[in-house]
Design a protein around this ligand. Structure first.
Ligand code: ASP
Ligand code: ASP
Length: 371
């Protein structure tokens, strides 16, 4: 199914709601754009002015730490103004209050909503209802999709393994309740992975899971054979309405990833987890903290990937490969005025009046602006 809602008339990304319906070319563009941003975090000055003057609202109806924080950092590094809203809602009043919230924020001249919601379809709903100039990024909706998580995982895999076409990827655990699993499966298949294998007890798999384009195993020891990428999922206890499992310790015995079981996968296999991890439930600490784990790399990569998606949705992303870090931004009209140290003055900036003669740009409260 093509989700045209996500693309503008030129076929460019407008909203980022789901991986479903997006082309391999577009997913690759996200990865290439993220690569341009990836080195930036190591610079002393971590900002580019691509979203300067834009207002982004992080609209979180469900808890999050790392997703919200990395979205916030990404927006800040693009020089956007960011407002964080954590809104606890009751399930019954969501439809109406959601629309009300949106209308009120629109009235404050917002340019982008980053939305997390416990209901599947919430981000689509907002994208359909909101003013045409606003972009919506899905930061996780119910059990449906978590597209930026999938893309930061694709980025991490590509960074280490280079090419998808020879890769066998296993996704292990609570597939049934996982928005991450759905988005990962779609992304891996679109990017041409050799195999996507899901490994889980029958009770934690959706009906007709094969129709998503995966092979199925119910046995971790057998399922890990020949695997290049091991993706663990958290047991989503908050989404389990009935007892789907005998006990956590029983689950760990059968589906928990230990050092010994990891040896069944390829020797250079990497271990991933979207977080938060339940140590001793789906993954042993020795594996989570071990040499094959890339779990913290995933978190770091979340910033660059979220920067890419936000800049692309606002049509301000630099062409992939033409951006070599903070000092030169092709197409940026301010680029010519960047001094060698990368400290920049932005004409028309409201702080400009306070700039000292040497052009050092200090934004009150901004710790990264001063070299
Ligand atoms: N809710 C989890 C966290 O905040 C994962 C996520 O944000 O996606 O860490
Ligand atoms: N952080 C991911 C999510 O928000 C995975 C998880 O919470 O288990 O979906």
């Amino acid at each position: 199914m093509t989700d045209n809602l996500q693309l503008n008339a030129e076929g460019k990304l407008k909203h980022f709601l789901t991986i479903e319906g997006l082309s391999k070319a577009l997913l690759t563009e996200i990865l290439d754009t993220a690569e341009s941003f990836a080195g930036m975090s190591e610079h002393q000055v971590k900002k580019v002015p691509l979203l300067r003057g834009k207002t982004i609202v992080n609209l979180f109806f469900e808890n999050s730490t790392r997703t919200r924080t990395t979205f916030e950092l990404a927006a800040t590094r693009l020089s956007a103004d960011v407002i964080n809203m954590n809104i606890a809602t009751s399930a019954t009043s969501k439809g109406e209050s959601l629309l009300d919230t949106i209308r009120n924020l629109e009235a404050m001249f917002v340019d982008m909503f980053v939305v997390r919601h416990a209901l599947s379809g919430a981000a689509h709903f907002i994208a359909q209802q909101t003013a045409p100039h606003i972009s919506v990024i899905n930061a996780g909706d119910g059990q449906h999709a978590h597209p930026t998580q999938a893309m930061l995982d694709m980025f991490t895999i590509r960074q280490i393994k280079r090419d998808f076409s020879s890769l066998r990827v296993a996704i292990i655990g609570d597939i049934l309740h996982s928005r991450v699993a759905r988005s990962e499966i779609q992304a891996l298949n679109t990017l041409g992975a050799a195999e996507v294998r899901v490994i889980a007890p029958k009770t934690l798999l959706p009906a007709h899971v094969e129709s998503l384009g995966v092979n199925v195993s119910h046995n971790l020891t057998e399922g890990l054979k020949d695997i290049d990428v091991v993706m663990m999922l958290r047991l989503q206890k908050e989404r389990m309405s009935s007892a789907l499992l005998p006990s956590e310790s029983e689950y760990f015995k059968c589906f928990g990833l230990t050092e010994e079981k990891l040896k069944i996968a390829k020797p250079d296999a990497i271990v991933m987890h979207p977080g938060p991890i339940n140590r001793g439930v789906e993954i042993d600490s020795k594996v989570a903290d071990g040499p094959q784990s890339v779990i913290l790399k995933q978190v770091s990569n979340g910033i660059a990937v979220r920067m890419a998606v936000m800049a692309m949705a606002m049509q301000t992303a630099p062409a992939p490969g033409r951006f070599s870090g903070i000092h030169t931004i092709p197409g940026d009209r301010h680029a010519g005025s960047l001094p060698a140290g990368g400290i920049h003055t932005i004409p028309g900036d409201r702080h400009a009046g306070s700039l000292p003669a040497n052009g050092i740009h200090t934004i009150p409260g901004d710790k990264s602006g001063v070299a």
